[in-house]
Ligand binder design. Structure first.
Ligand code: ATP
Length: 300
């Protein structure tokens, strides 16, 4: 049984529909990415899953329970770190952990959790004095303090420096390894590609694509990028006409060919046939970033 099931979810604010018939399932033990541009409805969806918003229509189930009707039970098994979380600035790490632990029937050992999340040396530091990275670690700790089976993390690494972000990724992987299912809302495609087992890409309140990051990259018009400096003039129209080539552009003296499937072989074959050498040839796999742009571009 999926641990989270969302079926035909609808939500409007006034006359503005922001979630328009969304359905997806999250399997136990996976990191499930909720992706999409600003205003796509991601936070609204995870707030409905967390029981913080009531859907207008459709159903949400967490281990078969309704987050609104069975609020108490769902609170015990779902932890959330929501966007722009705030804490009373004078609260210390120790006090925050103690306070949040008191909300749950079976809280984790707050001090052990703090230690595991690298907060052992700042237990008596006030929230306002923590660095951005430490504040994020504390929010992860607070989301985990109730020993949840599912944790919702909304834009957890926004505002962190690259090192803080990488450390947070390692923490999220540890959370998954401990058996907790993670629902991760993110704007960072590198983050989603690295962490998520499966992702759903939302736009204007609907799912535009669904699958593992590798599947989404494979399905996009661009899965490979070939770039080179031709040893002799080369008309881009010849490249554009090749099978599986999606786009051709110039980048200074380089030609950049985006494509999929047979595109690389076709480009190299064309060059060989014309006696043109591909100098400084680079063949790179497309990333989830490329696939994401492909998915949310209006003409698609
Ligand atoms: N309480 C509210 N009242 C009215 N409109 C809201 C409310 N909350 C969100 N919205 C609007 O609903 C739309 C979807 O918002 P939501 O926060 O769910 O999107 P999001 O995908 O999480 O966006 P972002 O990536 O910018 O955080 C936005 O246009 C937002 O302005």
């Amino acid at each position: 049984m999926p641990i989270v099931e969302v079926t035909d979810l609808h939500k409007s604010y006034g006359d503005r529909t922001v979630v328009d018939g969304v359905s997806f399932e999250v399997e136990e033990g996976e990191i499930f990415g909720v992706l999409g541009p600003n205003g796509a409805g991601k936070t609204t969806i995870v707030e409905c899953v967390s029981g913080l918003r009531t859907p207008d229509r459709g159903t949400v189930r967490v281990t078969g329970l309704d987050p609104i009707a069975d609020r108490r039970a769902v609170t015990e098994l779902l932890g959330a770190q929501l966007q722009q979380s705030e804490l009373q600035p004078k609260l210390t790490v120790r006090e925050a952990l103690g306070l949040y632990a008191s909300f749950y029937r079976r809280p984790a050992d707050g001090l052990a959790l703090a230690e595991r999340l690298g907060l052992g040396h700042v237990l008596d530091t006030r929230f306002a004095k923590l660095s951005g990275g430490q504040q994020q670690r504390l929010f992860i700790a607070l989301a985990l303090i109730g020993t949840p089976r599912v944790v919702v993390l909304d834009e957890l690494t926004t505002g962190l420096d690259p090192r803080g972000r990488r450390e947070t990724w390692a923490l999220i992987e540890e959370v998954r390894e401990s058996g907790v299912t993670v629902l991760l809302v993110t704007h960072f495609m590198e983050e989603a590609q690295r962490l998520c087992d499966r992702v759903a890409v939302f736009d204007s309140g609907a799912i535009r694509a669904f699958g593992s990051p590798a599947e989404l990259i494979g399905r996009a018009a661009t899965s490979t990028i070939v770039s080179f400096r031709p040893s002799a003039p080369l008309d881009p129209v010849l490249l554009e006409a090749l099978p599986d080539v999606a786009a051709v552009r110039r980048d200074h003296d380089r030609m950049v060919v985006e494509g999929s499937g047979r595109a690389v072989d076709a480009v190299l074959g064309l060059l060989a046939g014309r006696g043109i050498v591909a100098e400084r040839l680079r063949i790179t796999d497309a990333t989830l970033d490329d696939a994401f742009l492909d998915i949310i571009t209006p003409e698609n």
